[in-house]
Design a protein around this ligand. Structure first.
Ligand code: TMP
Length: 239
């Protein structure tokens, strides 16, 4: 894999770049320190974030693979670069919530920190121009965003990821409040886990103090942003 050639950039997102390689089966992703919030309205840099998110995502993907979850992860190339399977991303933000926070708390008037009676699944359509609107199962199928079977696979994937991550983070003194994942289609149509799992895409609260150890520190100007990313990464590596 390490002799794979990095070719032209095919996509630049808010936190990562994706490059083609000399194999049509693989991409190389490169993690940036850039941070945005509120659909790009707020911009900043989180020093060292790209390195932490790259390494942390890879550790999470490897752990999920061990637990039977198929992911796009292939091999870490450097501090910021990773080889992944070339998938077509299903344009959905797949969100699971264990505890009310963020947009859920705001929308439904539920205090942040309120435990939910069951893991709660929610989809947003990935579309910056429309501000990633909430979307339901019926819409997803009607618009052809995913088929009924794919939607079923995506839901099973999301709940399984939640089960594995929740238990893992509990073991390092961290509550997994909520997270966002993305799914991709392999050339044969199989749905696998893609994108990243990091403090950018999850809410992590310290189990004892409820201190926020994630991107909310940046979104809400709470300070100690870099330190929060480092703390999560340190705890993961202590396991
Ligand atoms: P929300 O409460 O703002 O809807 O966020 C739910 C979860 O999704 C939270 O863990 C942060 C993550 N998230 C992303 O990864 N990308 C995004 O663009 C947004 C809005 C949230």
């Amino acid at each position: 894999m390490s002799n794979l050639k990095k070719l032209n950039q095919i996509y630049e997102g808010k936190a990562k770049k994706v490059f083609a390689t000399d194999s049509s089966d693989f991409y190389i992703v490169e993690y940036k320190d850039d941070a945005t919030a509120f659909n790009g309205l707020k911009h900043g840099t989180i020093e060292g974030k790209g390195v932490i998110n790259n390494k942390m995502s890879n550790l999470m993907f490897a752990m999920l693979e061990k637990n039977g979850v198929k992911t796009h992860f292939v091999e870490q190339l450097s501090d910021r670069e990773t080889v992944v399977k070339a998938v077509k991303i299903v344009p959905l933000e797949i969100i699971i919530r264990n505890v009310a926070a963020g947009s859920f708390s705001k929308r439904y008037g539920v205090e942040e920190g309120t435990a939910l009676k069951c893991p709660t699944l929610e989809f947003s359509l990935k579309n910056d121009a429309l501000n990633d609107p909430l979307i339901n199962d019926s819409h997803i199928i009607a618009l052809g965003v995913a088929t009924e079977k794919e939607l079923e696979d995506i839901k099973n994937l999301a709940y399984k990821v939640n089960d594995v991550l929740k238990e893992f983070f509990a073991g390092i003194g961290v509550k997994l409040i909520d997270f966002k994942i993305e799914a991709g289609r392999l050339p044969d149509g199989e749905i696998i886990l893609a994108d990243e799992i990091s403090p950018d895409t999850c809410r992590f609260w310290d189990a004892k103090t409820n201190e926020k150890l994630d991107k909310d520190r940046f979104r809400r100007d709470l300070g100690g942003v870099e330190e929060a990313y480092q703390e999560i990464f340190k705890r993961i590596n202590s396991k």
